[in-house]
Design a protein around this ligand. Structure first.
Ligand code: CTP
Length: 216
């Protein structure tokens, strides 16, 4: 299968030398890319800035902002069989980014932010993607019901959800404990290295593919 994976954080410019970002390390997405290559898939990794090594055998497309990631996905998705959206895309970005560095003239500084485009939410409705679509959900409470809401709203085949209120899993650490939310049921994966979780997710692609073909 040809698989597109988004990973890492995005950077949203405040001025030419400053930006807003988040704590995403990119580990989950890079682990998925490596696991997918290991299973014989062809992988395009579209990634925001991380300090990770690009996995061997992966086609790599670096981006910075949510807008750049959106455009890269839009340009590439036509040739893909599956898409796994692990990126922690900024939900908001500063409006009116000045051409020059902001000087510290005032005692306070107010930034006005506007919503970025929802890449995962555009996959079906805007890009017309009909392949296997896997989203990620980072929640602090009611993990399964929020994840199921995202699954339905964004028309995913599976949402991988974790509880980011826990310090021992998820953001910026090597381990994760996730639930896999499908339209018909939910599977729980025990706490494990992200590399292991990645293999578990990639192993499920063929059956997702079969289910989709049977429903057509
Ligand atoms: N995502 C995306 N583009 C965005 C924001 C999010 O592709 N601009 C993707 C993420 O990669 C992830 C999924 O959407 O796969 C979940 O993102 P999240 O921000 O948690 O979902 P939202 O629907 O924006 O809900 P909320 O932030 O209110 O929880």
């Amino acid at each position: 299968m040809r698989i597109l994976i988004t990973a890492g954080p995005t950077r949203e410019a405040i001025d030419p030398v400053r930006y807003i970002t988040n704590k995403s390390s990119g580990k989950m997405g890079y682990s998925l890319a490596a696991a997918a290559v290991h299973e014989g898939h062809k992988v395009l990794l579209i990634s925001g800035p991380t300090s990770l090594e690009i996995p061997n055998g992966v086609d790599y497309l670096p981006v910075e902002s949510a807008e750049e990631m959106y455009e890269a996905v839009q340009n590439q998705i036509g040739r893909m069989d599956a898409a796994i959206m692990t990126a922690a895309v900024a939900d908001y970005k500063p409006i009116n980014v000045p051409e020059h560095k902001i000087k510290k003239t005032g005692d306070t500084l107010t930034l006005t932010l506007e919503k970025t485009k929802d890449i995962l939410g555009s996959m079906r409705s805007v890009f017309g993607f009909e392949g296997i679509l896997i989203g990620f959900a980072a929640e602090t409470n009611d993990v399964e019901s929020y994840a199921r809401g995202k699954l339905e709203k964004k028309q995913c085949d599976m949402v991988v959800a974790n509880d980011v209120s826990r310090k021992d899993i998820g953001f910026d650490v090597a381990e994760n404990e996730v639930i896999l939310v499908y339209p018909t049921h939910t599977d729980h994966l025990e706490k494990a290295a992200k590399t292991h979780i990645a293999h578990e997710i990639i192993k499920r692609l063929p059956s997702l593919h079969r289910q989709k073909s049977n429903n057509l």
